[in-house]
Design a protein around this ligand. Structure first.
Ligand SMILES: [Zn+2]
Ligand SMILES: [Zn+2]
Length: 316
């Protein structure tokens, strides 16, 4: 199973500002001075060792994750990251027979659907797009988004065959040898997590979720859903302190994700749905604090924690 992140930001697409870029350049320049590097070769070597936080971007597009398994193309959420994924699909996958594309929605808040009007594969009449969600009236919600008052191209002008499937809660869908199970999460208006299994590998996509009741009775159901996942994509928009102050805003923190991951024996956890108010260094600080928290509280656990960044690809 291959997983690729196309949109990792929460709430609203967030392009980098000039000041943020300058901050990166300044830090890099400081390192060159401190390490007394003067020749170009050493500068190039240093650049090659820099992380996306130092020399690239964590990414400003909103939620969109691509999964390829058993030759099936599955997408989680249609945030602004879907536009680039669509362009990639047209360039690399599109054929005259048409494609089958399966899209699962966590929910229909703007940041999870606004990429669809720009999803190029939806304009190919031979393509078939299945859109699944745990909410009712998904088609109507997308039609409203593309109402002429808000967008010039109506949903029915996107000529791919589209099928809208309302999922029964806590049930599974089989796509070839891939199983996708949904689970309701706590979020304003409700959200759904998905567990994907194929060939003995598993991914859990659990974004836009708050875990306010951390009593054993309540968390067990999530631990069960995350159990033994090879990768857990976890809504960590807030710091632990913010999550306490922003009760009922519908998001969680990496520290809660770590506790869940340890209990559920998750192998890797991706910090996801980054707060749009934070620059890359501030998001990176959340990662470092998370790694520290894990070291102190769960020193023997194998869990690997990392930032979901745009373009990052993981083979499970
Ligand atoms: Zn969101
Ligand atoms: Zn939401």
């Amino acid at each position: 199973m291959k997983v690729k992140f196309w949109g990792v930001r929460g709430s609203i697409p967030t392009p980098p500002t000039s000041d943020q870029i300058k901050k990166k350049i300044r830090k890099f320049a400081q390192r060159i001075v401190e390490e007394k590097i003067s020749d170009q070769h050493k500068i190039d070597t240093l650049i090659d060792t820099l992380s996306p936080v130092e020399a690239g971007l964590i990414g400003g597009n909103t939620s969109c994750v691509e999964v390829r398994a058993d030759n099936k193309l599955i997408i989680f959420d249609m945030g602004s990251g879907l536009k680039n994924l669509g362009n990639y699909i047209v360039k690399h996958d599109q054929n005259t027979n048409g494609l089958e594309i399966h899209i699962f929605l966590s929910h229909t808040h703007w940041d999870h659907i606004l990429g669809f009007p720009f999803f190029a594969p939806a304009f190919f009449p031979n393509n078939k797009i299945f859109i699944y969600g745990g909410h009712p009236n998904i088609k109507e919600r997308l039609e409203t988004q593309q109402d002429f008052r808000f967008f010039p191209v109506a949903l029915h002008h996107m000529k791919a065959k589209k099928e809208f499937i309302q999922l029964k809660h806590r049930t599974s869908v089989e796509i070839g040898n891939v199983t996708v199970k949904n689970y309701p999460l706590y979020h304003p208006g409700g959200s759904f997590g998905y567990r994907v299994e194929c060939g003995g590998k598993s991914l859990v996509y659990a974004t836009d979720s708050e875990y306010k009741d951390l009593s054993k009775g309540n968390i067990n159901k999530y631990v069960e859903f995350f159990k033994n996942a090879d990768l857990l994509v976890f809504d960590a928009q807030y710091t632990f302190e913010e999550a306490i102050h922003k009760e009922d805003w519908g998001h969680s923190s990496a520290l809660v994700g770590i506790d869940f991951s340890i209990q559920a024996n998750v192998k890797r956890m991706a910090i996801f749905h980054h707060e749009p108010e934070r620059d890359d260094f501030e998001v990176d600080e959340i990662l470092h604090k998370s790694i520290n928290y894990k070291k102190i509280n769960h020193p023997d656990a194998d869990l690997k924690i990392f930032l979901a960044t745009e373009g990052l690809e993981i083979q499970l």
